[in-house]
Each structure stands twice: as C-alpha cells, then as structure tokens.
Design a protein around this ligand. Structure first.
Ligand code: BEZ
Ligand code: FE
Length: 327
C-alpha cells in the first residue's frame, strides 16, 4: 500500500509513536484506537520492566505452546485469559449491571448447545451421583415484575468434579438442562450439590500456574444463562458459601452477590417433590435488565471512563471510545 508516511528517527523513545502512526492508515476508528493502545501498553511494559531478549523469547515460546494446545475442544488462550483475570474484567466492562440486577460472571468452556428442554421439577442429573439439590426461585425485572417464558439454561459438574463433556464415552447431555419460567416467573429445578473442581491444567497454562505457585481449583458453583427476547442475556454462576476455594478461585469468577447458602430440604418440601428431607435446598431469585437498560448503562459507563481518561476521545456509533477526529 503506497503511503506518504515516513518512519523517522527510530529509537527506544520514538518506536511507539512510529508504530502507532504506521498502524493508523485506515478508516476503522475503533481498530485504530485498539491497536494504538495495545502498542502503547506493550511497549510501556517492555520499557518499564527492562524486558530482556531471553524473557521476551520465553514469552513467545509460552504463547506458541498455548496456541499448539488449542483444538476444536480446547481453548487454551481463553483459559489463559481466565487465569489472568481478563475474562471476568471484559465481561464486567461489556455487561455492567445496575445494583438491582443479578450480576454476571464468566461463562467458562463447558456450556454446550445440546442441552435438553426440561419440565418444571425435572432433574438435570441422569446418574445417581452426589447429594440431591432442589433449586427454586423467581425471575423478575429490576422492579420485581415476574418474567414468564424465559429460558434458564444451567449446567454444573458432577460429584466427581467433571462436566459431562469431559467423559470420553459421553453419549447424551448430562448435568445440564433448559427450563422455562412459569407465568409467575417461577422455576423449580432438581440438580445436585456442586463440588469444587480443577480447571484443565495439563497444558501450558497449568504449567504457568504451578510455576507461580497457584492452584487450579474453582469453588463449587452452578452456571446459568437466562434469556428472554427484549432482555439482556444474563451469563452468571452461583457459588457455594464456605467452599475451600471461595476466596481463591483460579479464574476470579466469585462475586459476593453470587454466593449462596444451602439449607436442608426438610420433610414438607421433600414430600412435595419426591425427595428426602436431608437433601439440599437453594432458593434464589434472578433479576434481569432489558436490552435498552443494558445499552444505556454501558454507554453511561463508557462516557464516565472517557471523561476520566483526560484524553481527546469521543464515543463512536456503537458507544465505544475512539480518538476524536482532528479538525
Ligand atoms: C468453568 O467454570 O466451567 C470454567 C471457567 C473457566 C475455566 C475453566 C472452567
Ligand atoms: Fe464451571
């Protein structure tokens, strides 16, 4: 591509502005902004740490191994993003919630698109494994109005600490299902008490965790995706209070508003649902926001961030920051 731009006076100090300039000869303003910030922060990282050639190459080798570990069923780069706290951060920035709504958290790699539709009171567990759990609740908007006909897609690992997709002989979906809320927004689900488990750690990310003296465990949790046309899709998870890893989740998913307590099911509910009194009970209401509320909230957060930056930025048509046009 012919260009009028000339790179000049290359040095440790000027390399950044030169790189940003040559990367900016196109019309995609958002990409221009992302590339400029990426280069700026990468170069500052190298300058601030006085990065050596050996360290830089060790980083390249690590990223190469991470890429080689990826396949159709293994995304080692997402795992790297998870253990570096980036996945939860990006989710929080893209899907902020008002304090009246259920907060989101990271999706993780074990959601599938083949979960079966379930009826009220059905169980998601096909094996007689673990301690039975009854989950009841109501889905509402932020004003407390019930939301009927919404889909609640949930999944969690079994008592062995494994998701169904981690079994080589998997024939059917298990430990997952899609429920529909009733007219009054209510749902009744049978599951089992979740247990803590280790994230995949047989690859480069696992090696990195070991090297920096970190464990690979997640506290016991249940994942949920809640969807209803006109409402912002909620991706979240609920975490069992008191779990050994509640305060050291390998992927930083735990938020205090998502921590639940269990109580024994009790004789009355047990009789109602064909379960045992000593089984577990979880009562949890979810509150979701409309698509409009979600868009307005992201935009107002982005405006706030833009003002704080002190840079000459504007929001583009998607409500995302870009450099202000030069007049
Ligand atoms: C999960 O919760 O399923 C998960 C999240 C991040 C990495 C691995 C597993
Ligand atoms: Fe999980």
């Amino acid at each position: 591509m012919p260009s009028a731009l000339k790179l000049v006076d290359m040095s440790d100090e000027t390399i950044t502005e030169n790189t940003i300039a040559i990367n900016s000869q196109h019309k995609d303003e958002r990409l221009k902004f992302l590339m400029a910030k990426l280069v700026q922060h990468l170069h500052d990282f190298a300058r601030e740490t006085r990065l050596t050639t050996d360290e830089w190459y060790a980083g390249i080798e690590f990223l190469t191994a991470t890429g080689k570990m990826c396949s159709d069923i293994r995304q080692e780069f997402v795992l790297l993003s998870d253990v570096l706290g980036l996945s939860v951060l990006v989710d929080g920035l893209s899907h902020p919630k008002p304090k009246e709504a259920t907060v989101g958290t990271l999706l993780g790699p074990f959601h599938t698109h083949d979960a079966e539709d379930k009826q009220e009171g059905d169980s998601i567990c096909s094996k007689d494994l673990g301690e039975p759990l009854l989950i009841e609740g109501i889905l509402t908007d932020t004003k407390g109005n019930p939301i009927p006909d919404a889909k609640i897609d949930l999944w969690h690992c079994d008592a062995n600490g494994l998701y169904d997709t981690q079994y080589e002989d998997r024939e059917h979906p298990d430990m997952r299902g899609i429920f529909t809320t009733k007219e009054d927004g209510s749902f009744v689900i049978k599951a089992s008490k979740p247990v803590p488990y280790a994230i995949p750690h047989d690859g480069p990310v696992g090696k990195m965790l070991q090297k920096i003296n970190r464990h690979p465990y997640r506290p016991a949790h249940i994942h949920f995706i809640i969807e209803k046309p006109g409402y912002d899709k909620l991706i979240t998870a609920l975490y069992l209070r008191g779990d050994k890893y509640e305060f050291s989740d390998a992927v930083f998913g735990v938020k205090s508003d998502l921590v639940f307590d269990l109580e024994p099911l009790g004789a009355e509910r047990a009789a109602q649902h064909g379960m045992k009194a000593e089984d577990w009970y979880l009562n949890w209401d979810f509150r979701i926001i409309t698509e409009q509320e979600a868009t307005d909230l992201v935009t107002s957060k982005n405006v706030e961030a833009l003002k704080k930056s002190g840079e000459n930025l504007v929001l583009n048509q998607d409500g995302l920051p870009v450099y202000a046009p030069l007049d």
